[in-house]
Design a protein. Structure first.
Length: 192
């Protein structure tokens, strides 16, 4: 029994580095900063992405991120008696993108990307939780979804199969014209 256990350990130790050496794609999570230019509102959130190699220097990548509620105050003045009231608004954003990423090979990989997808803006007074995210993603068909063009650039650095990725983009959504928005993301990646 001990010999079989040692054989399994040796086979596993020899096989795992070869699996990572294949470099079929990447998976990662990231922190996300989104500056909505029309409202001048800053958002922070989390996201995940997965990419698969199409060619040596080209990957097809899909990502989704969720920006937590940004609460800001709005003032309203009554025309009849001049009273002023303030109301807090919970505003959230869901992003979904897909497209090619062109990169250089090696341990440090600069890249450029152009993706298309959607951005969903919604007012939601519920507390931020996983169920809030899943209901937001599930209700996309009945909400305020706008098309997105997403050009960007960044760099990935790897030490073996584990790396870090930094990216700066312009998320352009189309709603009564084109709106340019700064996006910055940073997080760990794993090659598989």
């Amino acid at each position: 029994m001990k010999q079989i256990a040692w054989m399994v350990v040796v086979v596993f130790a020899l096989a795992v580095p070869n699996l990572f050496a294949q470099n079929h794609g990447e998976i990662g999570v990231f922190g996300h900063y989104f500056r909505n230019s029309p409202t001048r509102t800053n958002f922070g959130g989390l996201g995940a992405r997965v990419s698969f190699n199409a060619y040596k220097y080209v990957q097809l990548e899909a990502e989704m991120s969720y920006d937590f509620a940004s609460v800001f105050s709005e003032g309203f003045t009554s025309p009849t008696n001049g009273a002023v009231s303030f109301q807090q608004t919970s505003f959230r954003v869901l992003h979904g993108l897909f497209g090619p990423k062109i990169q250089r090979a090696g341990a440090v990989r600069p890249f450029v990307t152009v993706k298309g997808g959607f951005v969903d803006f919604r007012f939601d007074p519920r507390p931020v939780s996983f169920s809030t995210f899943t209901s937001t993603a599930g209700g996309l068909r009945s909400s305020n979804v706008n098309g997105v063009l997403y050009p960007g650039a960044g760099v990935e650095a790897y030490l073996g199969p584990i790396g870090l990725r930094f990216e700066v983009d312009d998320e352009i959504y189309f709603s009564g014209g084109a709106h340019n928005n700064l996006v910055v993301s940073f997080g760990p990646q794993i090659r598989f």
